[in-house]
Design a protein around this ligand. Structure first.
Ligand code: IPD
Length: 262
């Protein structure tokens, strides 16, 4: 198993899938269903794009496992599992905001974010034509530029966050924003977790935190951040997950971790 080969495949499929998503967006978006809450939507394009990604992966690597936002989990016979969000930022997508992405990661070991080792990850924003990529121990890249997380400055940090779809959690989310604001020069809520993580890797954001993420939201983006020299975690000492995800350069990570878990 070669992480660079997995990355090449992920990139090729993400480009094709992203083009399909972009084309479908131009043709008009139809909501197919709601999921955990009325605000948590799935479009016909989410399903079609995931089906395309799954079919391409099955053709190329039939023994691998799959964990996708729309079609669920299937264990493979090899050690590799593909973790896929076909359209991260679905609400942006539905509203015509170009900030959405295809996120594809290849992980080895148990297909569980608490245990897996990420080997390769791609986050592709087709409407902006930016593809962020990383392979384990080969760095994180945007085109020919090697990515590096930002250094802390006295001006305060540009921090992103997100709010899940469940209204019952919003009061807690807002309280966390209040707690974190003294560290911030400003706050962003752009609407696609994979791109929030990619932007931390690229130094476009200094830090990011969110409660409630699913494995497909963070699998590729977390590898981008660590390969760009940053830190990603969750609950104290833990990995990113439903309880919490924090990503930043090492100094800001420590400050966010302390503030959020005080
Ligand atoms: C969502 C986005 C959003 C985040 C939510 C995610 P989806 O993913 O990443 O920014 O706040 O927690 O569920 O539903 O657009 O794939």
């Amino acid at each position: 198993m070669d992480a660079d080969e997995l990355l090449q495949l992920a990139e090729q499929i993400a480009r094709e899938a992203g083009e399909l998503a972009r084309r479908r967006r131009d043709e008009g978006v139809r909501i197919a269903a709601t999921k955990s809450a009325l605000a948590d939507i799935v479009t016909e394009a989410d399903r079609e794009v995931e089906a395309l990604i799954r079919a391409r992966l099955t053709e190329a690597r039939p023994a691998d496992g799959f964990l996708g936002e729309e079609s669920g989990a299937e264990r493979g016979e090899s050690d590799v599992t593909w973790v896929v969000d076909p359209i991260d930022g679905t609400v942006n997508y539905a509203y015509g905001i170009p900030h959405y992405a295809v996120s594809i990661a290849a992980v080895t070991g148990e297909p569980d974010p608490e245990q897996w080792t990420a080997q390769a990850g791609v986050v592709f924003a087709p409407a902006i034509a930016e593809l962020f990529r990383a392979a384990r121990e080969s760095g994180a890249w945007l085109g020919a530029d090697r990515l590096a997380v930002s250094q802390a400055t006295d001006a305060g940090a540009l921090i992103a966050t997100g709010f899940g779809y469940d209204p019952a959690t919003h009061a807690g989310d807002l309280e966390r924003v209040r707690i974190v604001m003294p560290l911030a020069r400003d706050l962003r809520r752009a609407g696609a977790a994979s791109l929030d993580l990619a932007y931390v890797a690229a130094g476009r954001l200094d830090g990011y935190f969110e409660r409630g993420l699913h494995p497909w939201d963070h699998a590729a983006g977390a590898l981008l951040v660590t390969e760009a020299g940053g830190r990603v975690g969750g609950a104290p000492g833990g990995r990113p997950g439903r309880q919490m995800t924090i990503a930043a350069g090492p100094d800001l990570y420590a400050a966010l971790d302390t503030a959020i878990h005080r």
